[in-house]
Every structure is written in structure tokens, then in C-alpha cells.
Design a protein around this ligand. Sequence first.
Ligand code: SF4
Length: 378
Amino acid sequence: MVPQSVNRLGLYVHVPFCAQKCSYCDFPSWGGQMSLRQPYVDKVAEEIAARAAGEPRQTADTVYLGGGTPSLLKPSQLTQLLETLRAGYSIAPDAEITCEANPGMVTESFLAAAAAGGVNRLSLGAQASQTGMLRLLGRQHTWRQVEETVDLVASRGITNINVDLMFGLPGQTEDQWADTLRLALQLPVTHLSCYGLIPEEGTALQARLASGALSLPEVEAERRMYDLARAMLAEQGFVQYEISNFAKPGFHCRHNEGCWTRVPYLGFGCAAHSLVGRGERRQNPMSLEGYLRGEAAQTQALTREEQMFETMMLGLRMTRGVTLKAFEDTYGIPLGEVYGSRLAPSLTKGLAVLEDGYLRLTDRGMDLMNAVLLDLME
Ligand code: SF4
């Protein structure tokens, strides 16, 4: 794991364009707005240049292009974003530079621009191997295209590849989930993310669930799917390092790990978040139109207590937990002195343990994380 350090910095660029809105998605992304790609990229480039000019030059060790579907950008637009980032910030020679993509939407010319711009990690939304399940989710691809895209990306020299999968889907059986895991494990990938479906208000899928047209698997079945993923991935050498994330040794996502350890990051584009220093959160306008109009970002200064709680809330997502020394180094007070009495119930119930310099959740604690956090808030 990369050590926690105040000198680290992540850069994030949000690309909100999608071919079509997936039925479960409540991310800030929009289908059918492709004509806005160039004005948007120009605006993001303007934002990057303006923010970089206003502060001493900084070095970033991770860059993440997320969305939306960044692979829908034209190669020249991807190049423009990466070059603008490099003009404003020093990018460490060994920086992790990730680009999200969707299967069947990655062209040779896009990959050439990505590789030329230093992209060395690709994250692919695959979700499920059954065509019927993909259609239910509003996905635009087949599993065959997942395989083809992974092969294409790897053949062009980007071999650090993540694939996102989803479980707990309406009508999904445990056998179907096992098939998806089996097929994903045959891919030459270094990282797998397995997300349990959370039906979000306002999505098409949630409306169908609310109407009774669809139903979710039982809670116990969903739990077994999660446990199956843990077991199958461990058997194939993937180490779980966060609630939903599994990686071959050395291939954890450094950018996301930075977010969970409160490494400062700067986000550009609509809806992008930043953690400025350690004490200010900043959010860009949520809507594409608002961002293009130049609406101001919202900022929030965090109190020391809020910063400490974020350290706990985010750090406990990781299987290694919160580093006691890093906590004390950052806040000048031992973690036990701040949270000792509020942690006691979780330690007594076996939901959390203190060992080897870390406070971490047990498997059962991961399942009941909200209860642990509620205790910490009191
Ligand atoms: S491709 Fe991703 S961001 Fe776009 S609609 Fe689907 S889930 Fe949302």
C-alpha cells in the first residue's frame, strides 16, 4: 500500500457523456449530449488552467478520468484534457493514470491517444455476463464485447485493467452471478470491483422495483453472492482491500485508495468534488448546463471533528482499516482518545478489532458498517 502522506495529490476529471442512461444509474451523466463534448472539454481545460495558475505548481501521483463514459471522447479531446493537466500540474513519472471506458466503445485511435497521454490503467464497466441482465440494466454491450475490449486494451500495452461487476440484481440467481464471476476471472485483468445494487431514487430501475414489476433477491441470497465473490476471487489470487474492491497484489487503485485515506485531490468538470488540503471540500455545479454557464463551485470548510470522522468513515471501508499512527500524526491525538468509548461496543461485539497498528472492521463489521459509524457519530 502507498503510505498516507500530505504531499500526495490526485487529479480527477469528470466526463459526463454516455451513449444512453443505464436504468440503475444516478451518477451525474447524460445520454445523447454528444454535441456538447467539445464545448465541455474546452470549459474543463479552462477550469484546469485557471485553478493551476492560482496556486504553486503541484505534483500529482494519480490521475483519474471518470464519468460518464470518458471513452466516448474523441481522441483529440482526450489528448486536450491530458495535455492541459500536464501543463498545469507536474505528473509524477510513476503516476497511476486511469481512464474509465465502456465495452464496445473503445476505438484503436482512442487507445492510441490514451497511451500517448500516459494512461496506464483502464476501468471497464461490464456488470453482468447474461445479455438479458445487461438489457435490464440498460447496458449497451454484450459480454463478448467485454472480452474483445479487454483483449484490445491489453494488446495496446495497457495491462492494468479493472472490470466492474454487479450483484443483487433483479431476478439474478446465484448461479448467474457465479457464471459472471467465472467469466470475469478468465479475463487478463488485475482488478475486479463487485458492487451490490443499490436502487437509487429517481432511476428507471427503482421505479420498476417500486411498481412491483421487478423484485430484488432476498437479503440472504445477496449476502451469499457477496461471500461467493470473496471466495472465488481469493482463490484466484485477488486480495480484497476494500468493501467492493479486489486486486492482484500491487494493483490496488491508488487513486481511490487516496480518496479513502483523505489524500487531497482536485476534481475538474461538472459535479466533480475536490478535497483541498485536508480541510476543505469543494463541489462543482452538478448540472452540465450550470457548469457550462460558469456557475460557481460550492465550498465547505471542515472542522477538525469532521475531518477525523471522515478519516474513520472512509478508512474503515478498507480491509486494513485506519492506521493508528497516521491518525495521531495527522490530528495530534491518539485515535483511542477521540473514539475509545464510542468504539467500545463495536470492539465488544466483534465488529471491529485493534491489531498491528490498525483499527479495522471484521467481516461481520463490514456487513454492519453503518451501525459502527452511527456509534462513532454519537
Ligand atoms: S455508462 Fe456508467 S455513468 Fe453512464 S449511464 Fe451507465 S452506469 Fe451511468
